[in-house]
Structures are given as C-alpha cells and as structure tokens.
Unconditional design. Structure first.
Length: 412
C-alpha cells in the first residue's frame, strides 16, 4: 500500500534536511544522538511532516506502559521478512523523535513506531496506521489509578473510527476498554501480572470479578473478549489452533507475551508465526536492556524497571537466590522526582538474594527494604556493590536514569 502517495513537497524535503543538519550539530556538540532535536527543527519548519513521511509507509504503532520498546523491536524484526523497515529503535517515542526516525527511512516499506502513551491518539491521527498494538496500561511512576483510567479513555476516544487493525491484550481490562471503540480488533491473551490498577470496571466503576484467567463486571457486563491469539506457556497459539514454540534470547514471561503480540501483528501483514518467531530469536538486547556485560570479572545483567508493574515483571525473571541483586534508583526529571512509588513495589520477592542498593535515592530504597524485612547493604556506587559479590552472575535492576548511569559505568 505504500508507494502510491504524493512525493515529498519541497518544503517537506527542506524540513527533513534542516532536521538532519540540526541533529548533526547536536551530535557534534555531544548532546546524544540528536534525533529529538532534529525532529523538533523539522516539525517546526513543516508541522505536517510526520503525516507526509508516514504516507509512504505501512505504519504500525506500539504503545503500553511496559514493553513497548522491546515489542517494537520484535515486530520490526518479524516484518523484515516482508520488506525493509524503519523504526524508532532507540525509543525516542514522542512526535519529534518519531519524525526524525521516519525521515531516516526513505526506502522502507514498513514504519514500526513506539509511541509514548500520552501521544498515541495524536500520532495515530497523523500517521494513519495499518495496525496498532496495545499491550498494557498501569500507573507509571506517580500516576495514580485515576490518571491511568483517563489515559485509557483518551485512547478509546482517539481510536474510535480508526481504520487500523488494533491488536490488543484481552487480559488487561483497561486495554480492552481502550480498544473496544475500534471496529477491527484482534484480541491476544497475553496475560497480566500486575492487577493493582485493574480491579474496577473501566466502563462503570463496578468491581471486576476475576474467576481464573477470566474477568467480568457484575454490574454492567463488560467482560474479557474471546481472544483469537494466546500466549500459552512457551507457545503462541494462533487463530487456527496451531501452537508455535517461542525461542527468545530475552528473558521472562513478559517478553513471551510481547512475542505473542508481535506474532499476531506480523500475521496481519502476511508473515506466518513460524517465520516471525524465528526472526525474533535474533534480538539479544533492546537499547542495552537485558544485556549481560562483564565488569570487574562478574557478569552483570542490566535490567530496566521504570514503574511498579515493571519491577514486578523484572523480579519474576531474575536468577534464583543466592544470585546477588544490585538495585539502583534515581529521582531525576525522567524518573519522576518523588520516590513514593517504591511503596507500591513488593520487594519481599527478593528475599534470599544478597542485595546492594545504590543510586541517588539509595536511602529511600533502604527505608523501603528495611520495612520489607530484607537483608541488604547500602553501597557508595556500582564498583563497590560489584566487589562485594562473588564472581559470577549479578542481576542489576535500575530505574530510568539510574539505568543510563549503569550503562555508562560498564561501557555499554
Ligand atoms: Zn462495569
């Protein structure tokens, strides 16, 4: 479907060029990859640029509280079986970053785009996607449950009337609420580990009943839709009832769920599950996440956990005790400056692991662990925490800017 649209106008071409120049200047000044600043300059010159760039592509949008960067990567790998792909692989997921990523992919057929939750409706309007994958919605940092519900409502309004196939998680009531204004939905039973934000009915506010894997509102009848795709242990079940084994280098149940959703997306574009899943095996790490690096003769696995649901997922994938765990928490701008979310995380899941805490807010974390009744040590920095541990695997779990600090320190 790509290729039958108008060529870029001179103004759009100028905007792309100016954006690239600004990005190059930003890189030269040592301010990172420059993709966001480049995109901002380009959008200023041509506010319509995102729409124009997207016209040339079959666009797939991916949004969620957790797992969107990884899923974007898995879908991109799978779709490369069908044609060239452009993607915002580094996770710059607001309009400027997305514009910049698309401007770099003039030969692509598919645009696989991670979108920040708050921008999904707008980006969907601008890019007229062929498919939208919705994974999960839960509180992020300080968002309270009410704000998460408002976000679901905003998605619901924004996606009403979309021509896209919406591939949505049937096990997350907020996702179902958001997706069910769309006419063409493919439901995936992708599971939901974190249920704290989904006890009340998004439709009427009643209490959701949760018998087994099912959920239903006794007051209004809003209920789990019947999925056509499912994650079942280590397998993806497709709509024909065939079970396809998932082999990933990425750890954990959540990534298997991401693979199941990605297989459903790929099938929408004619890529069979077997082919899609084989290609997903190639993904080793996503923007440094899950990478295992050697540092001070230990093997550090780098894990990112940005919000309560993310921490819970991460605890479920680490090696069992006595594998040492290093926890690092900052509270800089991108993290949210308040650390009261620490109280939403069940740290007792770490019982039995030797624990070291580091990061700007190590004392907040220490108080939390003390109340949880855990043994731990407060360390000055990563080097000290690593030296305390015996040789072998160490799990390091960090929130956003703390994760960037870790990557810098280990040279990854
Ligand atoms: Zn209800």
């Amino acid at each position: 479907m790509a290729g039958n649209s108008e060529p870029l106008s001179p103004r759009a071409k100028l905007a792309v060029t100016a954006g690239k120049a600004a990005a190059a200047v930003s890189r030269a000044a040592g301010r990172g990859s420059g993709s966001v600043i480049g995109g901002k300059v380009a959008l200023r010159l041509d506010p319509d640029l995102l729409r124009r760039l997207a016209q040339h592509l079959d666009v797939i949008l991916v949004s969620a509280t957790n797992g969107k960067t990884t899923t974007t990567r898995l879908i991109a790998e799978a779709l490369r079986a069908a044609g060239p792909v452009v993607s915002n692989a580094l996770g710059a997921n607001m309009p400027a970053g997305i514009t910049s990523a698309l401007a770099g992919g003039s030969d692509a057929r598919y645009g696989v785009i991670e979108v920040d939750e708050k921008y999904l409706a707008g980006v969907a309007r601008d890019t007229e996607p062929k498919a939208i994958a919705l994974l999960n919605l839960s509180r992020d940092q300080l968002d309270r449950a009410a704000e998460t519900r408002m976000l679901a409502e905003k998605w619901r309004e924004g996606l009403a009337g979309t021509k896209a196939v919406v591939i949505a998680n049937a096990d997350d009531p907020l996702i179902v609420w958001a997706a069910s204004s769309s006419t063409n939905v493919v439901w995936v039973a992708a599971g939901q580990e974190w249920k704290d934000d989904a006890w009340s009915c998004p439709s009427c506010g009643g209490v959701l009943q949760r018998p087994g894997d099912d959920w239903v509102c006794a007051d209004c009848g809003f209920r789990r839709p019947i999925p056509t795709w499912a994650l079942n242990g280590d397998y993806v079940l497709d709509p024909h009832g065939s079970a396809w084994p998932i082999h990933l280098q990425l750890p954990g149940r959540a990534n298997k769920a991401n693979a199941a959703t990605s297989a459903a997306v790929a099938a929408t574009f004619g890529v069979p599950p077997q082919v899609a899943l084989e290609r997903m095996y190639q993904v080793q790490a996503v923007a440094g996440r899950y990478d295992v690096v050697t540092f001070e003769e230990r093997q550090l696995r780098l894990l990112l956990a940005k919000n309560p649901a993310g921490w819970l997922e991460t605890f479920s994938l680490i090696d069992p005790p006595p594998t040492p765990v290093i926890l690092s928490v900052n509270a800089r701008g991108a993290d949210g400056t308040d650390t009261s979310w620490l109280w939403d995380v069940d740290y007792t899941r770490l019982a039995g692991h030797p624990i070291c805490v580091i990061g700007d807010r190590k004392l907040d974390l220490a108080v939390r662990l003390e109340v949880a009744g855990l043994d731990f040590r407060v360390c000055e920095n990563l080097d000290e925490a690593v030296r305390i541990a015996p040789p072998g695997r160490i799990e390091t779990i960090a929130n956003y800017t703390a994760f960037q600090d870790l990557r810098r320190r280990v040279g990854n």
